[in-house]
Design a protein around this ligand. Structure first.
Ligand code: NAP
Length: 324
């Protein structure tokens, strides 16, 4: 079948795409209790670039079909959204807390292909109101944003939140979901055009990365890491919280701001993906409200390399979606 996969890891820090292949892989074998989803649309995540750099993916797992996110048609003919967190069959409860859990494209083959196989419990009905392209944006970036804001961040309507790095897939989801959830939304971006788009998307105020904010915020949503960490800590009111799910600019901060963290009694909360139940709530929220993912571009999956390159250059606002 057609597939977009990692054949090797990048041999230089500057070009992550050296191991990317757009080609053919064998048809999947379907384990007992799993289902085959014929992929109609899949979206790209920074995770796919990390995989090409050998982060979170073992060499012995290569070649590995990339992609965490898909929407398509399952073996029974249902339109579905794929939940990417694969937990141990014996695990009960929040799958993100299973120490043996993995995301599609880490241990099991990913979604950038004609077909992907997943446990039957990992498909969620796709409402007719969502297109396949829109639904394909939800399982990673949008689910991560939902959990950061409303589960790990425990944010309530009327609170103020700062979203760092407005242009990304997670960041655009954070801005849109925070606005829909009744929050006052501040966002930063390095890029003036992206700041303008963030305002259109629902941010109340936008700022250059690192700029002083007019008021301290209740919570910061952090996915950038090294480049914004210090600013995130300094933006918080006493007792505020920072929710972190990524480190795009690197994990090794110059100053962890430990003194501020204890003196101002700040909380640092990690967040990773979300549970199947949270994905179902997110899907229902979009169906009920009309809120839709921000899609930067839709490309045929055969042109996946161009989408990867745009993400590697940071040249996107929202999600890159591939169709079959
Ligand atoms: N833990 C999880 O479950 C989970 C799930 C999804 C994603 N993630 C992680 O979250 C991060 C974002 O993922 P994504 O898919 O949204 O990636 P993306 O679409 O490539 O977004 C990257 C973002 O990083 C910002 N950025 C990059 N370098 C920066 C710098 N030097 N200074 C300031 N901002 C910078 C960009 O903001 P501007 O260009 O607007 O400044 C942009 O918003 C990745 O590290 C990813 O691995 C984690």
């Amino acid at each position: 079948m057609f597939a977009v996969y990692a054949d090797s890891f990048a041999n230089s820090a500057s070009d992550p795409l050296t191991g990317l292949v757009v080609g053919e892989r064998p048809d999947p074998v379907v384990p007992e209790g799993w289902t085959t989803v014929t992929v109609k649309a899949a979206s790209l995540n920074h995770h796919d670039l990390w995989s090409l750099r050998g982060v979170g993916l073992k060499a012995e797992a290569l070649p590995m079909i990339l992609g965490c996110d898909a929407a398509g048609i399952d073996a029974d003919g249902n339109e579905v959204v794929v939940h990417s967190v694969i937990s141990d069959p014996d695990w009960r409860g929040d799958e993100t807390l299973d120490p043996r859990r993995s995301l599609l494209s880490e241990r099991f083959q990913g979604t950038l292909a004609d077909q992907v196989v997943v446990p039957k419990g990992n498909v969620i009905p796709k409402p007719a109101s969502l297109s396949f392209e829109e639904a394909a944006c939800l399982p990673t970036a949008w689910l991560t944003a939902y959990r950061m804001l409303f589960v790990q961040g425990d944010l309530k309507a009327g609170e103020t939140v700062l979203v760092q790095g407005a242009g990304g897939g997670v960041a655009t989801a954070l801005i849109a979901l925070a606005r829909a959830g009744g929050l006052r939304v501040f966002a930063t971006s390095r890029d003036e055009a992206k700041r303008a788009k963030a305002l259109e998307l629902g941010a109340h105020e936008v700022f250059e990365s690192g700029a002083r904010l007019p008021v301290k915020v209740d919570a910061v949503m952090e996915t950038v890491g090294r480049a914004t960490w210090s600013h995130s800590i300094r933006a918080l009111r006493p007792g505020g919280r920072i929710v972190i799910s990524g480190t795009t600019s690197g994990p090794n901060v110059d100053d962890a701001e430990l003194t501020r963290i204890f003196f101002l009694q700040l909380s640092v909360v990690g967040s990773t993906m979300g549970s199947r139940a949270e994905l179902a709530h997110l899907v229902t929220m979009l169906d009920a409200t009309g809120l839709r993912p921000v899609i930067d571009r839709v490309l045929p999956m055969t042109e996946a390399r161009a989408g990867f390159a745009a993400m590697a250059e940071g040249d996107i606002f929202g999600k890159v979606v591939f169709t079959r």
